[in-house]
Design a protein around this ligand. Structure first.
Ligand SMILES: [Zn+2]
Ligand SMILES: [Zn+2]
Length: 86
């Protein structure tokens, strides 16, 4: 049987662990960001932020940026229509 003292100690440890877990989760959330394209969690330095979308990050390496760009930017003007479609 556990004594009252031991129970108290265990409870304290659990609370400390809870606090730590919350704390570390916060840190992780702060350092990691998910790629909006492939869903991979990466450190922010390995992600690029979309210039056009708010809070959209994607992998700096790989094809994620290329996959995302057509979805958020209008097609580049092809020269047609500029100044001629009045
Ligand atoms: Zn990605
Ligand atoms: Zn975008």
């Amino acid at each position: 049987m556990l004594t009252q003292d031991e129970l108290g100690k265990i409870r304290e440890e659990n609370e400390a662990e809870d606090t730590w877990r919350k704390y570390s989760r916060h840190i992780v959330a702060d350092l990691l960001e998910g790629c909006a394209i492939c869903g991979a969690l990466r450190e922010r330095e390995h992600l690029a932020r979309c210039r056009w979308c708010e809070d959209v990050y994607f992998c700096k390496q790989g094809v994620c940026a290329q996959q995302h760009r057509p979805k958020c930017t209008p097609p580049w003007p092809s020269g047609r229509g500029k100044g001629s479609d009045k």
